[in-house]
Design a protein around this ligand. Structure first.
Ligand code: CA
Length: 226
């Protein structure tokens, strides 16, 4: 994972570079707006940490130019001014998050990780597929054999879990902890009922059944025959 830092303040730039390197990222540091923009346009980065007040081009100009050039990498901007207008402006220009200086490095790292995770979901796994069943995470849509299947939010979450862990037998306790909240009473038959409804929608109208009950253990979704 490669991160570009554009920051003119020497101490902050060095501190960010060192911290992110120690956290396992490959980093590049530019201390000038125009240099930073050039780097961002010519090399591939997974994320940009962008200061607002820069010599050459401002952080806003860098961000605008990047988005105009179709670079959609996640951008976290750093602002010294704790002003609502500043933050709104940055987000309107297409930044994904911001931090007000001074900030704790741990906070920056947490946000970097969140944005990188989100980026992976949208780029690589926005559509989960098992046989002719498709679940689109971004559009919140399920298709089976080319036909739209309407699910409730809980049914969608349940199917997402089954598809992410296809071929694995999922015990009811695990399903409860992933799809229902912590106060869920697993003695009730809520899971059985939800699985039955889900099957009625995504399995029963079709020749190939994907969701199986494994007696005494739980449920599994897989495309295996029989
Ligand atoms: Ca600055």
């Amino acid at each position: 994972m490669k991160i570009l830092i554009i920051e003119d303040e020497e101490k902050t730039g060095d501190y960010l570079r060192q911290g992110l390197s120690e956290a396992g990222f490959v980093t590049d540091l530019a201390r000038h707006g125009a240099d930073g923009l050039h780097l961002a346009l010519t090399a591939d980065f997974d994320l940009l940490v962008l200061d607002v007040m820069l010599p050459g081009l401002s952080g806003w100009q860098v961000l605008e130019a990047l988005r105009a050039a179709g670079k959609d990498l996640p951008v976290i901007f750093l602002t010294a001014r704790d002003q609502v207008e500043d933050r709104v402006h940055g987000l309107e220009l297409g930044a994904d998050d911001y931090l007000v200086k001074p900030f704790a490095f741990s906070e920056l790292l947490a946000r970097v990780r969140t944005l990188l995770r989100r980026g992976r979901v949208s780029a690589e796994a926005s559509v989960l597929r098992v046989a002719d069943l498709e679940l689109d995470l971004l559009r919140r849509r399920v298709m089976r054999a080319g036909t739209r299947v309407e699910l409730t939010a809980k049914e969608f979450a349940l199917l997402e879990l089954f598809m992410r862990r296809q071929g694995e037998v999922l015990p009811r306790s695990l399903i409860a902890s992933q799809v229902w909240d912590m106060n869920f009473d697993s003695d009730t038959n809520v899971i059985e009922v939800a699985v039955r409804r889900l099957r009625a929608k995504v399995d029963e109208p079709f020749p190939l059944r994907l969701i199986r009950t494994v007696r005494g253990m739980g449920y599994v979704l897989e495309a295996a025959e029989g």
